[in-house]
Write a protein that binds this ligand. Structure first.
Ligand SMILES: [Zn+2]
Length: 256
């Protein structure tokens, strides 16, 4: 595999795609031909739960980890022309931690009870990170939980670390996708693959389009141009084009 400027996940996925389709090119194929105008931008609120007296409910992930994880998630979801931008990062004490470890063994709603009231919101996707519970991750009524200690069986062309893959998988469920137990697939259980098929891409995009809080990239660009805000959202799109380059420049200028 040739090295490229993008991350290894991007390259690995591109490589897999090329194997499957015998296409000659590399990185761009992970977008399946989706251009900037096709991309849908979905807000994602990331919660890093803390719990002084309950290690299982306390993540040790940092904001740098979140940046890396989200970059990989977005390279996976570029296959469907969907990008998750960081609506906000909440580092916050988990609620109702007493007895969590015991309770979660019999009822996954113990996870839902960890959600701090003040950061609940509609019209965003949520992912909560904590240290330890039964499965690698779970999507409960659209709310996602992922454990720091996730582990997966490595498959050829799969992601190079479990947490971004598990996060991407749960977001697939949040976008209505069911399991599909094919070795290299994103919706396979317990494996590192990141692949989506045509039907899954269609279904996920239709689900996204039904939510009026998920916006087409050109609409976000228009608002960014008129308000001077929202440029950050566009920078999450893993494309190198005029619009994403402009957004990155604007974010750099605003940071000065
Ligand atoms: Zn699943």
């Amino acid at each position: 595999m040739k090295p490229c400027a993008a991350s290894s996940v991007f390259c690995i996925l591109s490589f897999t795609f090329c194997l499957l389709t015998t296409c000659p090119a590399a990185a761009q194929e992970t977008t399946n031909g989706f251009a900037f105008a096709d991309f849908l931008l979905a807000p994602l609120r990331v919660h890093l739960l803390t719990a002084a007296n309950e290690p299982a409910a306390h993540t040790t992930l940092t904001s740098n980890d979140v940046t890396r994880i989200l970059g990989k998630v977005n390279r996976v979801w570029a296959q469907a022309g969907i990008t998750f931008y960081l609506e906000s990062l909440r580092i916050e004490p988990a609620a109702n931690t007493e007895g969590f470890r015991e309770n979660v063994k019999t009822n996954t709603d113990a996870l839902m009870r960890l959600r701090p009231e003040s950061s609940k919101a509609t019209n965003v996707f949520h992912v909560y990170y904590l240290k330890q519970f039964g499965p690698n991750g779970i999507c409960i009524r659209g709310i996602n939980f992922v454990k720091d200690t996730a582990s997966l069986r490595a498959v050829e062309g799969g992601l190079d670390e479990p947490i971004p893959r598990v996060t991407s998988h749960e977001l697939g469920h949040a976008l209505t996708l069911p399991h599909r137990q094919d070795v290299t697939n994103l919706l396979a259980s317990g494996m590192s693959g990141g692949w989506l098929n045509e039907m899954e891409i269609k279904q996920a995009r239709e689900s996204a389009k039904k939510r009026d809080w998920i916006q087409p990239a050109p609409e976000v660009l228009r608002k960014a141009n008129s308000t001077g805000k929202l440029w950050q959202h566009i920078t999450h799109i893993p494309l190198d084009c005029d619009s994403t380059r402009l957004a990155r420049r604007r974010v750099q200028e605003l940071a000065k």
